[in-house]
Design a protein around this ligand. Structure first.
Ligand code: GTP
Ligand code: MG
Length: 340
């Protein structure tokens, strides 16, 4: 983490410094609802990899957005899993639960196409909402309260959770939104329900405005130009894994991982060896493809992403190794940064 630096805080309208707010915001939801795409749209950079396949995000990834009046520190989390409960997915699930502790606000992402069973599991992890007062003069005991009574006496939100209904650009009938908003509102006292499209950038500013109201006053935690806490090495490994996810069939992802074996960087170029771990020989053959074509395609696309990241030419070598049971092996998971 870097030393906080003061960012511009003057309000153009009256010369007064507006209250600067800073806070941590967890992005949670079932797999594949568009959490990472939303984070990338918010911070305006590809900090978290995305694909059509569930389990794309495996580690918590920070994405930071600094505006003149607020710094939003988002924590992207893995999709909460129902199936494939091996050691890796158990760790991923507990990572989601722990990401919810100590944050100032939460964005729960639900696909606007409709509420599913997997969304209920996410709901159960959310902080308990503040119970409604029984009578005006009766004090309410709120040990799990997620909203404080504000010093200025204004009514506090019932919770610190905003629901983002995602992928609204893909909804054929936008008239479906209103009943879905009503349905979601009946399930949890969300501070706000905001239909968004990360793909089109729709209503991202409304989401940020809603979140700002939930953040405490405070100085920024990160430099204004810092957008993630992850190293370029981690991001490079993720960019390789993203291409494997995007270019392979449905069977593979749960059994593959990527590590960086060599990283030699000079001002003019970077030489990187990436190792793709798979569980079975058959998967190794699939990743390599006929005549090595698939692996070459993975390498070409990943290299383009890493070159954008490093802003210099990259020489990327990719290898594939069979390592049965790595995703049940605590040491291998530790090395991959999939924390317990
Ligand atoms: N049409 C449309 N597709 C989207 C949008 N946001 C995400 N997607 C697609 O939904 C799929 C999943 O997106 P991700 O951002 O990887 O989803 P995730 O929730 O982070 O998934 P996990 O990390 O696996 O839990 C990808 O194919 C995205 O391109 C959107 O606003 N509109
Ligand atoms: Mg993700």
């Amino acid at each position: 983490m870097t030393i906080p630096r003061k960012v511009a805080m003057k309000s153009a309208a009256n010369g007064e410094a507006p209250t600067f707010r800073t806070g941590m915001i967890a992005i949670v939801g079932r797999p594949n609802v568009g959490k990472s795409t939303l984070l990338n749209a918010i911070v305006g950079s590809h900090v978290s990899i995305t694909s059509r396949k569930p389990q794309t995000t495996r580690n918590r990834v920070l994405g930071v957005l600094t505006r003149p009046d607020a710094q939003y520190v988002f924590v992207d989390t893995p999709g909460l899993q129902h199936r494939h409960r091996n050691l890796m997915t158990r760790r991923m699930n507990s990572g989601v639960a722990s990401a919810l502790h100590g944050v100032d606000a939460v964005v729960m992402v639900v696909d606007a196409h409709g509420w599913q069973e997997g969304d209920d599991a996410v709901l159960r992890l959310l902080p308990k909402p503040r119970p409604a007062p029984i009578a005006a003069d009766e004090p309410v005991s709120t040990p799990d309260a997620v909203a404080d009574v504000r010093a200025d006496g204004s009514s506090a939100p019932a919770s610190r959770v905003i629901l983002a209904l995602s992928k609204t650009d893909a909804l054929r009938d936008k008239g479906q939104l209103l009943p879905r908003i009503a349905d979601a509102a009946a399930r949890y006292p969300f501070a706000a329900i905001i239909p968004v499209s990360a793909a089109r950038g729709w209503q991202i500013d409304d989401l940020l405005a809603g979140l700002r109201g939930l953040l405490p006053e405070g100085m920024p935690l990160f430099e204004a130009d810092q957008i993630t806490d992850r190293s370029v090495r981690f991001l490079a490994a993720e960019l390789v894994r993203e291409q494997v996810f995007r270019l392979m069939g449905d069977e593979l992802p749960y059994g593959m991982a990527v590590t960086i074996e060599r990283w030699a960087e000079s001002p003019g170029r970077a030489v990187i060896d990436a190792l793709i771990l798979v569980e079975r020989e058959s998967q190794r053959a699939m990743v390599i493809g006929a005549g090595g074509r698939k692996l070459r395609e993975i390498g070409v696309k990943a290299r383009a992403g890493i070159e954008r990241l490093l802003e210099k030419p990259v020489f990327l070598q990719t290898h594939v190794r069979v390592q049965p049971g790595w995703n049940r092996d605590a040491r291998a998971l530790d090395q991959l940064g999939i924390e317990s």
